[in-house]
Design a protein around this ligand. Structure first.
Ligand code: ZN
Ligand code: ZN
Ligand code: ZN
Length: 140
C-alpha cells in the first residue's frame, strides 16, 4: 500500500500540484512570488490555478517545506531552502540573490524579549535586505 492511498484528502492531483510547485521553487533558486511561480508553471504547461498555487505555498510554509519572506512592500515571497535548520536570509532587493545566514545575537535577544514581557516564545522573523556586489558593479 502506498502512503498516498492512506491520505484520501490529499488526492493524487493535489500531490502532483504540490510536487510541481516545489520543483519550480527548487529550480528558480531565489525568492519568488506566487504569481512568478504560477507563470513558470504555465510556461511548463502544468495546469495549476493561481489560487491553488497560493494555497499550496501557504501549506508548504506551514510545514516549513518552503521559506516565506514578508517583503517591506507587503508582498510574500517563497523559496525552497537548502538548509533545514533554523536560519535567516540576506536578500538582494535588485536580483533576489539570497544568502542563508545565522541569526547570531537575534536568537538570544528574541528569547530575552519574550521572557521580559512574559510571552511564551513561539518564533521570530528577521530578514536583512541589501544590494549585492554584482548588482552594485552593474550600476557603477
Ligand atoms: Zn532559507
Ligand atoms: Zn543582486
Ligand atoms: Zn533566528
Amino acid at each position: 500500500m502506498t502512503v498516498q492511498s492512506n491520505i484520501p484528502k490529499l488526492g493524487a492531483r493535489n500531490t502532483k500540484q504540490r510536487t510541481a510547485v516545489v520543483e519550480v521553487l527548487r529550480e528558480m533558486d531565489k525568492f519568488a512570488s506566487a504569481k512568478d511561480i504560477h507563470q513558470e508553471l504555465q510556461a511548463r504547461e502544468a495546469k495549476v490555478g493561481l489560487t491553488t498555487v497560493y494555497r499550496t505555498l501557504q501549506s508548504l510554509s506551514e510545514i516549513d517545506a518552503v521559506d516565506a519572506l514578508h517583503m517591506p512592500t507587503g508582498e510574500t515571497l517563497y523559496r525552497h531552502c537548502e538548509s533545514s535548520h533554523h536560519h535567516h536570509h540576506l536578500v538582494c532587493t535588485k536580483c533576489g540573490r539570497t544568502e542563508e545566514i545565522d541569526g547570531g545575537p537575534i536568537e538570544a535577544w528574541a528569547k530575552e524579549m519574550a521572557s521580559k514581557f512574559d510571552f511564551e516564545l513561539t518564533g521570530h522573523d528577521a530578514e536583512v535586505f541589501g544590494i549585492c556586489a554584482q548588482c552594485r558593479a552593474k550600476a557603477a
